[in-house]
Design a protein around this ligand. Structure first.
Ligand code: NZQ
Ligand code: ZN
Length: 385
């Protein structure tokens, strides 16, 4: 097992009715900004519950944070935080709103050009406005980690950044808030955490037995309950398990002391920035192709994945690996996600553009061995057509 430091200060309030507890978590005298997206929280009752829980505090609002949150929008919000002397931000929504609030929290306390935050991957962050979240779309893990991804449409750039100052102080996870999710977002909410686990698990063995078993547990749980989450939208137990899987998939626990890949994500970000695919749709396209192209390097872990997660015990190592990759792709397809570039009305012509953007964003040495060069990314995209 590799050396690691593990730190995660986010308090989780899990379960039905937990939004009411926010009142105890936000400082009594705080001037609060309630930040949210396009209005789903007004339709499903989350907004009313949050406002009630905040009680008599001074609350201003910032709405309209987009899916794949946009730099210009977030800069406007940061200006509002400064102008109104806000000292606590509450994010209510999915990963985009929480990611957006992380950027707002940092940008409001940053004196330079906020674009630096993205181009330097968060390294310039010295301070951030404290914030908490109410999660309504389990998928990204943003509710319990310190990372974020922000888009600047003008540059067709979607860039990750992070800072230890960007953990939410608390996050409320009430599975009931997910009952109103559209089918497409439920699918995304299974594929994104599944891929988060794969980015941290499907690399090469370092003798991290517990991390491997935890990763396999999350994968197996998602395989088991993903279809149930679609079939039974108001099954509390199922939604609760999906929600906790998504959080556990990217809160640092399974990634401690192990190599990490993330090339599927970085290639996927370019697909979203250029062609507007949902984040998880890009992962459904890139992950199976990535595993196929890099099968030889990943063989020991692919065999372990095949045997332990998919219970494939027959055949050679290569046959097991192939079968496990096929099972992965079929799992995504059966959920209802397209797993091929052509499923999204795109074709081979997009590959040159994606490669050029990866190069422009310095995504030229990706993967656990930094050997996913633009040539390898090209092979992955060709395998994903
Ligand atoms: O904007 P509103 O009206 O709230 O509607 C949203 C949005 O249209 C809707 N929605 C959310 N909760 C709902 C709901 N509709 C009905 N009922 C509810 N309960 O769903 C739509 C999509 O929301 P979004 O927040 O964009 O989705 P998701 O949570 O998948 O977040 C995706 C973003 O997170 C980033 C992605 O790149 C993408 O920008 N990621 C962040 C990560 C992190 N911080 O660690 C890691 C991930 O790998 C990912 O990159
Ligand atoms: Zn993701």
């Amino acid at each position: 097992m590799n050396n690691f430091s593990f730190y995660n200060p986010t308090k989780i309030l899990f379960g039905e009715g937990q939004i009411a507890k926010i009142g105890k978590e936000v400082p009594e005298n705080a001037r609060v900004m309630l930040a949210y997206g396009g209005g789903s929280i007004k339709k499903n009752g989350v907004y009313d519950q949050v406002v009630k829980a905040l009680g008599d505090r001074l609350v201003s609002e910032f709405s309209g944070i987009e899916a794949n949150p946009e730099f210009d929008t977030l800069c406007r919000a940061a200006e509002q935080v400064k102008a109104e002397d806000i000292d606590f931000i509450l994010a209510a929504g999915g990963g985009s709103v929480i990611d957006g609030v992380k950027f707002i929290a940092a940008a409001a306390r940053y004196d330079g050009d906020p674009w630096d935050i993205l181009t330097k991957g968060g390294k310039v962050i010295r301070s951030a406005v404290p914030f908490g979240s109410v999660l309504t779309l389990p998928a990204t893990g943003s509710e319990m980690n310190s990372g974020s991804v922000v888009t600047r449409a003008e540059y067709k750039a979607k860039l990750p950044f992070g800072s230890p100052l960007l953990y939410p102080q608390f996050s409320v996870l009430d599975p009931v808030t997910t009952y109103t999710l559209p089918v497409r977002q439920v699918i995304n909410g299974v594929i994104d955490p599944f891929t988060h686990v794969m980015e941290q698990y499907l690399t090469y063995p370092v003798g991290a037995h517990l991390q491997d078993r935890l990763a396999e547990a999350i994968l197996q749980t998602l395989i088991e309950i993903g279809p149930e989450a679609l079939a039974q939208p108001e099954n509390y137990e199922v939604r609760a398990n999906v929600m906790w899987c998504a959080t556990m998939a990217l809160n640092g626990l399974i990634g401690a002391g192990v190599p990490q890949d993330w090339s599927t994500h970085m290639i996927g970000h370019e697909l979203t920035a250029l062609y507007g695919l949902d984040h998880a749709q890009t992962l459904a396209v890139v992950l199976p192709a990535n595993l196929r192209v890099r099968k030889a390097d990943k063989m020991p872990k692919l065999v372990q994945y095949a045997e332990r997660v998919w219970h494939i015990t027959e055949g050679s190592d290569d046959e097991k690996a192939e079968a496990a990759i096929a099972k992965t792709e079929t799992f995504f397809r059966n959920l209802g996600a397209g797993t091929r570039i052509e499923d999204y009305d795109l074709n081979a012509e997009v590959i040159d553009t994606i490669i050029a953007q990866l190069e422009a964003h310095k995504m030229v040495k990706l993967g656990e061995q930094q050997d996913v060069t633009p040539e390898v990314s090209r092979k992955i995209l060709e395998a994903a057509l």
